[in-house]
Design a protein around this ligand. Structure first.
Ligand code: ATP
Ligand code: MG
Length: 278
């Protein structure tokens, strides 16, 4: 409630003012990143720069994912470039790409240069997909197993992948050619016997979308099939990414406001900015 909020606010400001890192971290990290982002928006640049030194890139990434991307430019301008690059590397790739598309081209290039190669490569690939396609909204943090693994092996693998995966609810199954051949839900995994094979329990009729598919069509499929995520494949059925239901909610909001602008024939309602790499 309001009073509690006020108290948290006071404690956070107090910790910042007195340079009490531990107290700040204890209070701030207790909040949901959505609420952390609201605090960030209210603070002066100098204070935010102080906060960047108190938090890890991963912690700042969580906050940035909840800032309105239209207003995010100043935050990444005020950060140390190396720190900013680390923040991008810690974000889920779909969010990193959405934000990078809002920034100045040269700045994007410099972040990608600083970033370590693996992270930069994944992001570069995603930046090339055309706006409003499945490829432009997917994320590359998904969990895959091989069809020949046992349930036990798959669970061990899932446990190591879980911290960074966008969702652990579906594990996708690929064959030797890296083609998508099945899917298995966490529920299915948990209720199976450890020595069973993935190929015995997986669902082979995988519903997927191709990478160039229009995002509106993807949204319709997620709604119709009721899945929490859909896999995205290339023309040879190689798994490239997944689209989760929370991203679909953003798409529906965007499409609704696009339709509204058209309907109202308003030209200067904020239309999505041009893709920085288009
Ligand atoms: P259920 O609703 O059957 O009890 P659940 O609640 O565990 O299962 P759901 O998210 O409802 O899981 O998914 C239902 C089933 O659909 C799961 O068995 C899952 O393996 C399968 N599934 C998930 N994604 C896909 C997909 N892209 N294509 C086909 N099947 C999928
Ligand atoms: Mg279900």
């Amino acid at each position: 409630d309001d009073q509690e909020r006020q108290e948290v606010w006071t404690n956070i400001k107090d910790a910042l003012f007195n340079d009490h890192i531990d107290q700040f971290r204890a209070e701030f990290l207790e909040l949901h990143p959505y609420d952390q982002a609201r605090i960030f928006e209210d603070l002066d640049k100098e204070i935010r720069m102080q906060i960047y030194t108190y938090l890890s890139p991963e912690e700042v990434a969580d906050v940035m994912e909840h800032i309105d991307y239209d207003e995010i430019e100043p935050f990444f301008t005020e950060m140390e470039p190396t720190f900013a690059a680390q923040v991008f590397a810690e974000m889920s790739t779909d969010d990193a790409v959405d934000i990078l598309n809002e920034l100045d081209k040269d700045k994007v290039a410099s972040f990608l240069t600083i970033m370590d190669d693996d992270a930069a490569d994944e992001i570069k690939d995603l930046l090339h997909y055309e706006e409003k396609t499945a490829g432009s909204i997917m994320t590359t943090e998904f969990v895959v197993v091989k069809a020949g693994m046992t349930i036990k092996e798959a669970m061990v693998h899932l446990r190591t992948e879980a911290p960074d995966a966008e969702t652990i609810y579906y594990t996708y199954v690929i064959n030797e050619d890296k083609r998508l051949v099945g899917v298995i839900s966490l529920r299915d995994l948990i209720i199976s016997e450890e020595e069973w094979l993935i190929s015995d329990v997986m669902n082979e009729r995988v519903v997927s979308v191709s990478v160039g598919e229009d995002q509106e069509e993807v949204a319709r499929m997620v709604r119709d099939y009721d899945f929490l995520a859909l896999p995205v494949v290339d023309f040879q059925d190689h798994l490239l990414g997944i689209i989760t239901v929370d991203d679909i909610m953003d798409v529906m909001e965007e499409e609704a406001s696009d339709d509204y602008s058209k309907l109202a024939a308003v030209s200067d309602v904020d239309s999505p900015d041009d893709n920085a790499f288009a």
